[in-house]
Design a protein around this ligand. Structure first.
Ligand code: FMN
Length: 204
């Protein structure tokens, strides 16, 4: 039976993190079910100048991530009858990357306003791994309380907060993106070579 990771891309800045995670999952041979929120189309457009259209998702995804999709099933965000909206649909868990404050609130409160929020809620209730990657700064008290609620529900909250160790202050933006993507993949136990691991030795 095909048991995918569900990847939800919401409308926070940081779509390169989503692209890096998708490339790494495809490279690792992991099946993926993909949901891209309506707002995420704006951030993809803003950050890459590319459109992302339901009707042309395969072509648009290839242009966006620079890799042909392999074993990816795409579900429109408005399709609340889609497979991932039910707990009986097989899934290994879900990664929400990047996660907008709106998506964090909606998932924490169980609003299920679209398929991304519903699928995340379903994976939490089924006690599967759920990784939420918030991107906002500074934050309000309510942003933080929603993240606490997500942790209490079993999610891993993994802020898009790259470390500079091992790569240094001259790190490229791709190295910083890969650091966050690598931490996400570590969390869900998928092999990758995206980040430089701490060896116990300061680089001098
Ligand atoms: C270009 C752009 C950048 C945005 N960046 C962020 C962001 O970094 N973090 C965030 O929480 N919301 C950000 N937003 C606002 C969200 O897109 C907005 O709250 C939206 O309702 C989120 O919907 P979604 O969770 O369904 O994707 C941004 C919006 C735009 C258009």
């Amino acid at each position: 039976m095909r048991t995918p990771w569900i990847v939800g891309v919401s409308g926070a800045s940081g779509t390169p993190y989503a692209a890096a995670v998708l490339r790494a999952l495809i490279t690792a041979g992991e099946p993926v079910d993909l949901v891209v929120s309506r707002a995420a189309r704006l951030t993809i457009l803003d950050e890459t100048s590319l459109s992302f259209r339901d009707a042309h998702w395969e072509q648009d995804l290839t242009s966006w991530i620079g890799l042909a999709p392999n074993d990816i099933r795409y579900w429109p965000a408005g399709d609340l009858a889609a497979g991932p909206s039910s707990g009986s649909y097989p899934a290994r868990g879900m990664i929400v990357v990047p996660a907008s404050t709106a998506a964090c609130a909606g998932i924490a409160l169980g609003l299920s306003k679209d398929l991304l929020q519903r699928a995340a809620e379903v994976n939490l209730k089924e006690r599967r791994p759920v990784v939420v990657v918030p991107r906002e700064t500074p934050v309000t008290r309510s942003h933080l309380l929603h993240l606490v609620e997500l942790i209490d529900s079993g999610a891993v909250v993994l802020p898009a907060s790259p470390g500079f160790y091992g790569i240094g202050a001259a790190a490229s933006s791709q190295q910083l993106i890969d650091f966050v993507a690598g931490k996400i993949l570590d969390t869900v136990g998928v092999k990758h070579d995206l980040l430089t691991r701490w060896t116990g030795q300061l680089s001098t």
